[in-house]
Design a protein around this ligand. Structure first.
Ligand SMILES: [Fe+2]
Length: 330
């Protein structure tokens, strides 16, 4: 499940196999860099991020928003806030430079989201089940709704001594096959596909009939149009967007966290330890994950167009689309 990329191999890989990293992501692998492939802030700045953010936090995380160039979640003196703002914005720029260079086709037209600091120890953090990072889940509804677009996250462990520890129960295709019906996101197989093969761009995607559970009806489209129009004035409005796809993913996310028989099972459980100053990236809508231990991480999030996927048949959107609709109205 781990696709390891030594730092010294990265340039040659990018030059000769520009789809290698994104193919690994689409296949549900965690692309792991034992040595962080971008420059990190100097040690004094890392110490600042570790020590000055946590005590001044007023949300789950502190996040810098690309579209607004604003930091949210921090309540502190202006000099501290400005330093955090600069550090997160500069880190975000380095991550974007790396990923657009390493995956030029996959990142085309993406939407950069947030750069977050996770200053707290994840083990034993008393968050509600749906907000908890300690329970295995796939991500759903990032920034409101993705409509099938992909959630890419790039992580750096900036703890100077301790590993960040993840567990996974596998990727969406096998999780859906094993648990989709019980979770209420799978119905009967859909009618045969009409159209061309699904690998490639949106324009080559197949057409399905009225039973397609992720198909957006007139109300869905009108609602999203209104939200998008409003979000031009008030970007936070995006958070109320929704779609049939996002509701199914949210249902699965909640089922994974709420269902004792899944939550407490060790079936397929894999553990990953990410040492200090290592980095990794993953499609978090594809790969189930929980952070069970670790403190101090930087996390960058991007929404990648589904059309950029060339292994599109492995995406949650296409897997859900291949079913007749379950009751998707919740
Ligand atoms: Fe997550």
């Amino acid at each position: 499940m781990l696709h390891t990329v030594p730092r010294e191999d990265l340039d040659a890989l990018v030059q000769h196999e520009p789809r290698a990293l994104s193919d690994a992501l689409e296949q549900g692998r965690i692309v792991y860099f034992p040595s962080c492939p971008i420059a990190l802030p100097e040690e004094a700045e890392l110490s600042f991020l570790r020590e000055e953010i946590g005590p001044n936090l007023r949300r789950k995380n502190v996040s810098w928003y690309f579209d607004r160039d604003r930091v949210k979640g921090l309540e502190t003196a202006p000099v501290v806030a400005e330093r955090a703002h600069r550090l997160l914005r500069e880190h975000a720029a380095r991550v974007r430079e790396l990923l657009t260079r390493a995956m030029p086709e996959f990142s085309r037209g993406w939407t950069p989201g947030t750069t977050s600091v996770r200053p707290f120890q994840e083990k034993g953090r008393a968050l509600s089940a749906h907000a908890s990072n300690e329970l295995v889940h796939v991500d759903a509804g990032a920034y409101g709704a993705t409509h099938g677009d992909r959630v890419l996250r790039f992580f750096v462990n900036i703890n100077p001594r301790e590993d960040r520890v993840w567990v996974s129960r596998g990727a969406f295709p096998e999780l859906f096959a094993a648990h989709g019906r019980e979770a209420g996101i799978a119905g009967e197989p859909a009618d045969p596909i009409v159209g061309t093969p699904m690998i490639g761009t949106q324009s080559s995607s197949p057409q399905r009939g009225r039973n397609d559970p992720v198909r957006e009806g007139p109300f869905d489209r009108a609602f999203t149009s209104v939200v998008n129009a409003g979000a031009r004035l008030a970007p936070a409005l995006k958070m109320i967007d929704s779609s049939p796809y996002d509701r199914l993913m949210r249902r699965f996310h909640n089922w994974m966290k709420d269902t004792p028989s899944f939550r407490d099972s060790q079936v397929g459980l894999q553990t990953f330890r990410f040492p200090p100053l290592s980095a990794w990236m993953v499609l978090t809508d594809q790969v189930s994950h929980a952070c069970i231990e670790g403190q101090h991480a930087l996390i960058d999030t991007f929404i990648v167009p589904l059309a950029n996927c060339r292994l599109r048949e492995l995406s949650p959107y296409e897997i859900l689309r291949a079913q007749r609709a379950p009751d998707a109205r919740t």
